[in-house]
Design a protein around this ligand. Structure first.
Ligand code: ZN
Length: 344
């Protein structure tokens, strides 16, 4: 299918690379893989070439994980967010028809984060905010999750601007890695990302944040980080053991928020049965195609999606129209013939 939109696609900057702590990288990733990823993170031209080959029209780009979230000093976090957003602005100007971006937000300083969201999302090409998991407020385990800090001003600004928030994985804190100790290869995207991020999303559902900001929309990658499969069991057990929402900070059941405040992308999880299960749980109007470039190959993700035996209208919806609508991209409607590569 031509004309796809992908939205968990990443870039980096030299300043961000300077912050990135490479400790453990060699354990987890092969050296050739890491070098190839770094090369592609820094060069938007390479991204455009892959988009062309994979039939991807527009990518919504974001600073690679952990990005601003891992910076301990609030002033430096503000500086990195601004530098990253300015870098994104520059490659969006070079390729105005191909790129949009999620703003990086320095949540270490909530007022500065609101200002940065307002400055970026307020002006058009930035279409939301991407947060890489918990945020450092100090060294080591001195962090906060999105439901813990007084972030209502940030949520309020996102809701006011209609800016969806992409909750992207970050590695679990060292104290929460006992269960995988001895297996460093499980520390990142192969395993730990999903339980870290799904837990973070569940915290948000149970926190009451969606009661205060009912229009807030959160996007999860990797087919929902396991939640489409596990949420029905969690809901069942809460209903059985905890009398549903009794004693909860939230007014409604988690399944309500999942159905009304969450969206799911296919990033890095190109497997048809889990994909169909995710559609079944959250609905096709909340599913969006993505790749997770450059950690995944656009060719591979695009080919999986294009070759899937799925009704063409559904493919067009998930491959393009849902993102076009949620992020107000203003893309022209694409006929099924044009999406199939005929007459476009
Ligand atoms: Zn990613």
């Amino acid at each position: 299918m031509d004309g796809k939109v992908a939205l968990e696609e990443h870039f980096s900057t030299q300043l961000n690379n300077g912050y990135w702590n490479a400790k453990g990288e060699e354990d987890r990733n092969g050296k050739a893989y890491a070098q190839d990823v770094e090369r592609r993170l820094l060069d938007p031209d390479l991204c455009v070439a892959e988009m062309d080959r994979a039939g991807i029209d527009v990518c919504i780009m974001s600073l690679t994980s952990p990005g601003v979230q891992s910076v301990i000093d609030a002033g430096q976090a503000v500086e990195l967010a601004r530098e990253s957003n300015e870098h994104a602005q520059s490659f969006m100007e070079t390729y105005p028809d191909r790129f949009r971006a999620f703003a990086a937000a320095p949540l270490q300083d909530v007022k500065a984060a609101c200002d940065e969201v307002n400055r970026t999302v307020g002006q058009g090409r930035f279409v939301g905010v991407l947060v890489n998991g918990y945020t450092n407020s100090g060294a080591d385990e001195d962090v906060f999750y999105l439901d813990e800090a007084p972030l209502d001003d940030f949520w309020s600004e996102c809701e006011r601007l209609g800016a969806p928030v992409y909750l992207h994985p970050r590695e679990p804190l060292p104290s929460q890695q006992r269960s995988i100790r001895g297996y460093p290869e499980l520390g990142g995207s192969a395993w730990a990302f999903f339980y870290e991020t799904s837990t973070h999303a569940v915290r948000l559902m149970l926190s009451g944040v969606f009661d205060r900001f009912p229009k807030l929309q959160v996007v999860l990658g990797h087919l929902g980080e396991g939640l489409p499969y596990m949420l029905p069991r969690m809901q069942h057990r809460l209903d059985e053991q905890r009398e549903g929402t009794k004693g909860s900070k939230a007014k409604r059941r988690p399944s309500y928020y999942f159905a009304n405040n969450f969206h799911v992308t296919t990033s890095g999880h190109f497997h048809t049965k889990p994909f169909l299960e995710a559609i079944d749980q959250i609905g096709a109007d909340r599913m969006m195609f993505s790749v997770d470039y450059p950690y995944e190959q656009m060719d591979m993700g695009g080919r999986w999606f294009d070759d899937m035996r799925l009704e063409e209208a559904l493919k067009l919806q998930i491959g393009r129209e849902n993102a076009n609508k949620l992020f107000k991209l203003g893309l022209a409607p694409l006929s099924r013939a044009a999406a199939a590569g005929f007459g476009s």
